[in-house]
Design a protein around this ligand. Sequence first.
Ligand SMILES: [Cu+2]
Length: 579
Amino acid sequence: MISAMKFILLFLSGIVLHLGITPVQALLHRFEVRRSLHTRLCTTKSMLTVNGQFPGPTIYARRGDLVTVDIVNLSDRNITIHWHGVKMPRYPWSDGTNLVTMCPITPGNKFRQRMILSDEEGTLFWHAHSDWSRATVYGAIIILPPTTESYPFPKPHAQIPILLGLWWNDDIDEVYQNFIAEGRDPAAVDAFLMNGQPGDLYPCSTQDTFRLKVETGKTYHIRMVSALMHFIVFFKIAGHNVTVVGADGSYTKPLNTDYILIGPGQTIDFLLETNQPPSHYYMAYKIYTRGSNDTTPRSPLFRSDYVPSTGILEYVGNYTPPPSPLFPPFPEAWPSTTIYFSNKLRSLANDKHPIDVPINITEKLFFVLSINLWPCRANSCLESDRFLASINNVSMIMPETSVLEAYYKGIKGVFTPNFPDHPERVFNFTYVSLGQNASHPRFATAVYMLDYNATVEIVFQNTILGNGLDHPIHIHGYSFYHLGSGLGNFDEARDRLNLNLVDPPFMDTVIVPRFGWTVVRFKASNPGVWYMHCHYDRHQSWGMKMVFIVKDGDRPEEKMLPPPQDMPRCDTPPLDYYY
Ligand SMILES: [Cu+2]
C-alpha cells in the first residue's frame, strides 16, 4: 500500500508496442481532464480528453496491483472516471459512477482514485461515466500476469491495443442535448475509429489510418476494447484467422475464428499469427445489422451506408505492396450471430484458472429489458412520445446525491430498497406482432438489496417492445458467469437444460440478444453499491439501469472500506438530469 503511493516506474522488458515504445507500468498516474483540439475528417473540434490524448493513456499493470490515479478536472464539465471491469473489492468509493458511487468532480477540483485490481488479467478499459463524456474520454487498461507467472499461451511477440471508438463532427454535448430534447435516437455518427483513426476509406483520412507493422512468422497479442457508445460490430482481418484467448479481463479457452463480434463495454484478447504471404491487409470493422430480410423500420442512427473503419496490417520486408490492401468479407448479421459467438466463449476452468459457478441459488432474478414510450412534455420532441427504457418496467431516475453516500450515511429519501425481482407485467415478451406498441414504464430510484455471499442468478429477458434490440448489459463490482443465451422467451423446461455450468466465460458485459435471453450467475461477495446498466449510452440515458447494494458480511474482511477524505462533495446540482 505504502509503496503503491510512491511514484514507481517499472520498465518492462520484452514488450514492445508497434510504435517501438516501451510501455511504462506505473502505479501512480495523473489524469488531467481538459479540452484539447483534435481533427478528423478535416473537421477540428475542441473536446474533453485525458492529458490531451485521444484515445487516452494506456494503464499498464499486473494482476493484483493497486494503481492510484489522480483525476484533475481542468475542464468546464463535471466528470467521473470509471475502471470498467475492475471489481474494486470492498471499495466502491473509487468506482467512478456519477450519482451511484460518487458525485462528479466539478471543474477545478480533483479526486485521488484507487483502482484495486484483484483477479483480473487481460484487457479492460477506463472511461468517463458522466453524461456522454466517455465518447472522447477513454483508454485501455492492460493487466499482465504477475512477474512470477506467465500467460496460459505461448508468450506473444508483442502487445497491440486496438480501441474501437466513434467520432462526431459536432460536440458530443450538443449531440447529447439534442438527443435528450428530441426524445428519439441520437444523431448518426460521422466516423468509426480504430485507435482514434477512421481509416483511409473515409474522406480526408489517408494519413489518419492505424497502421500495424508486423514481421512474418510471429504471434501478436491484440487487446481489443469496444469504447463504442452504440453498435455491436464485426471485426475482421483480411486473409487471417485469429485465436480468442480472453474476454473482459479473464482468459478463455482458445477459440479459432475468422471474425470477432464485440459489443460496447466488452474487451477481447486474441492472438494474430502473421502466417500469410507478405503484403498489406485491411483490418476492418462494421456495424452489426439485422440482415437483409429484416425490414422493420430503423432510425437514422442505423444507416445502411456507414463506412467501415479500417486499419492496415503491413508485413515488413522486401515486396511490392498491392495498390489497395485486401478487404475482408463480412458475415451477414442475424440475432443468432450474437448468440453463436458469445456461446462459443469458454473459460479455461482448469487447476491454474479455476471457476466457481454458484450452484445453489439464493436469489433468482428475472429481469425484463424493454424500450418504452413516454408522452413528451416539452414541445421539443420530434414526435408526441419520447423513448425511454426500463428493467422490469422501472426506468431509473438518477438521484441528486450518490446512492453510495446515502447508503453509507443513512440519508433517507435518496433511493428505495424495492427493485422488483420479477416483471410487474408478464406478457409474451418476444411475440412479433406486438411490434412497436411500447408501454409506459414507471420511474424510481430503486435498488435491489443482496445479502453478503448471496448466490444470484439473473435471467435477462429481452422484449420486442420498440422493435427490440440487443442490450450489452454491464455490471460494476463483479463479473458474471455467462451460462448461455438463446432466442425467444426463456423456457425453464427447455433452456435450463442447455445452460453451461462447466466452463462459462467470466464477463463484465454480456449481450442479451434481440428477441432472446441471457442467463448469468454471480456470488455477491463484494460488499458495496454497484451499478448495472445497458452499455448502449442512449439506453442508459433512457433509464435501462439499476443498482445492487450488497450488504456487509459479519467479519471485518467482509465489510465495505471507509471512504477516502477527498470524496467529491454532492453540493453541485448534477448536470445530466432531465426529467
Ligand atoms: Cu440497451
